[in-house]
Design a protein around this ligand. Structure first.
Ligand code: PLP
Length: 440
């Protein structure tokens, strides 16, 4: 047995020994399509020569410098590539090593911003049920994935309260129009601001497209605009977590572009470095930077490996490939093909309640009965069975077992690399369709 503490002690995972394009090869000689890019990470697939060369070049120059002493070329250029034209008023980046670290940094930066501008009474955050922002304690406190929170509930921060997400398939009432549902959610957020005292709220935190908990849930049109208006009315910040849905995954570089709003702080991670190195970051609005500049001048936060030269070199190369190869356009085209393929293959399946998503970020939700939308008994481990059935067909997929109103839910996320071709997408749909037929 392995001495690595894997996700379960009851079985060791397959041993991956090589990656090439959309494929992973195992020690047993299996060739598997990486259909979810791990967990929406491997946006370029595996073994990209340009990225590998950039990593090797950085290693040959300098592997590490501490940011209290030096900056490095890769970090500087990465920030320029991401923020050169100040998208949505975002002007600066802080680089760290993961999505959770990014969320922690966003939480702290937002709090310090209000100290800088003389509003120390702001101590509260509003996030959403069924959101996921990471597994460290601050990020978990902001999360609404009850399964992941439960064991640690007594040690989570009470600075966070949770409101309903926009999740039409589950929570829009039959007698409600889209506008009425969005207004109900806006009223709920406003009521939470009032309950806490609007002058006490630091930020509203949300994933533009919900990932890990409920599987690729997009908001209804107008939802984020209403949320933004409420934040603005009360002088609170909007923190958007694009760790999973960002960096081109949904068909635009940033998911918020499709919502007609801009965040004050945005968290990015998975698609930033595509898995070539561990890297995350926060993109920060100019007005926050201006406030720091007029105040203390320094963010009271930091990590030994922040802005790591090799991680930044990898991310820089990934971002250049995405731009040079026009891959976001491929995400849009292949995303449409994936959504259409899933709908054709599984749209009438009696246990597939919903197929949803945006770009190359699509999910299916499994239900016992399409009319009642009842969820499966978690003891059935349906997600795991589908995962195994897909493996048996040479497809790796990411099972998401979140919670919906306290009950277990089964979702499968398909998030292939942006380089996927039409034939790749068709193979994923075919193998997933067969796996679902087999397992459910
Ligand atoms: N935020 C979102 C939206 C995520 O999906 C994840 C990971 O799945 C995280 C944060 C945490 O990122 P990491 O696992 O890199 O710490």
């Amino acid at each position: 047995m392995s001495r690595v503490l894997h996700r379960t002690l009851f079985a060791d995972p397959m041993l991956a020994v090589r990656g090439e394009g959309i494929y992973l090869h195992t020690a047993d000689g299996e060739k598997i399509i990486d259909g979810s890019g791990g967990a929406a990470v491997a946006c370029l697939g595996h073994g990209n020569a340009r990225v590998n060369a950039a990593i090797a070049e950085q290693l040959s120059k300098v592997a590490y410098v501490h940011t209290a002493l030096f900056t490095n070329e890769a970090a500087e250029e990465l920030a320029d590539v991401l923020l050169g034209d100040e998208p949505g008023g975002l002007s600066h980046a802080y680089f760290c090593s993961s999505g959770s670290e990014g969320m922690e940094a966003a939480i702290k930066l937002a709090r310090q911003y209000f100290l800088e501008i003389g509003q120390p009474q702001r101590t509260r955050y509003i996030a959403r049920r069924q959101g996921y922002h990471g597994n460290t304690l601050g990020a978990l406190s902001a999360g609404g994935n009850m399964m992941r929170r439960a064991p640690y509930a007594p040690i989570l921060s009470e600075a966070f309260s949770l409101v309903s997400p926009c999740f039409a398939y589950r929570f829009q009432r039959d007698d409600e129009t889209d506008e009425q549902y969005v207004q109900r959610l806006a009223d709920e957020l406003e009521a939470e601001f009032q309950r806490l005292g609007p002058q006490n709220v630091i930020a509203f935190c949300a994933e533009p497209v919900v990932g890990a908990t409920t599987g690729c849930v997009t908001a209804l049109p107008g939802y984020f605009k209403k949320m933004r208006e409420i934040c603005d009315r009360h002088g609170a910040l909007m923190i958007l977590d694009e760790v999973m849905c960002g960096m081109g995954r949904t068909g635009t570089l940033h998911a918020w572009e499709q919502e007609g709003i801009t965040p004050d702080i945005q968290i990015v991670a998975k698609g930033l470095g595509g898995g070539y190195q561990p890297i995350g970051g926060i993109l920060i609005g100019k007005r926050i930077i201006d406030a720091f500049r007029a105040g203390s001048g320094s963010f009271m936060h930091g990590h030994t490996y922040q802005a790591h030269p090799v991680a930044c070199a990898a991310a820089l190369a990934v971002q250049k490939v995405i731009r040079e190869d026009n891959l976001v356009a491929n995400v849009r085209a292949m995303g449409e093909r994936l959504a259409a393929g899933l709908t054709e293959r599984l749209g009438n399946h009696r246990h597939v309640g919903d197929i949803r998503g945006r770009g190359l970020f699509q999910a299916i939700e499994l239900v016992t009965d399409r009319a009642t939308k009842a969820t499966f008994d978690p003891a059935l481990k349906l997600n795991e069975r589908i995962k195994q059935a897909a493996f048996d067909r040479g497809l790796a997929i990411y099972p998401m077992g979140g919670t919906i109103d306290g009950k277990h839910g089964d979702h499968i996320c398909i998030a292939p690399p942006y380089i996927a071709t039409a034939a790749d997408i068709d193979a994923i749909v075919e193998r997933l369709g067969d796996a679902v037929d087999d397992a459910v």
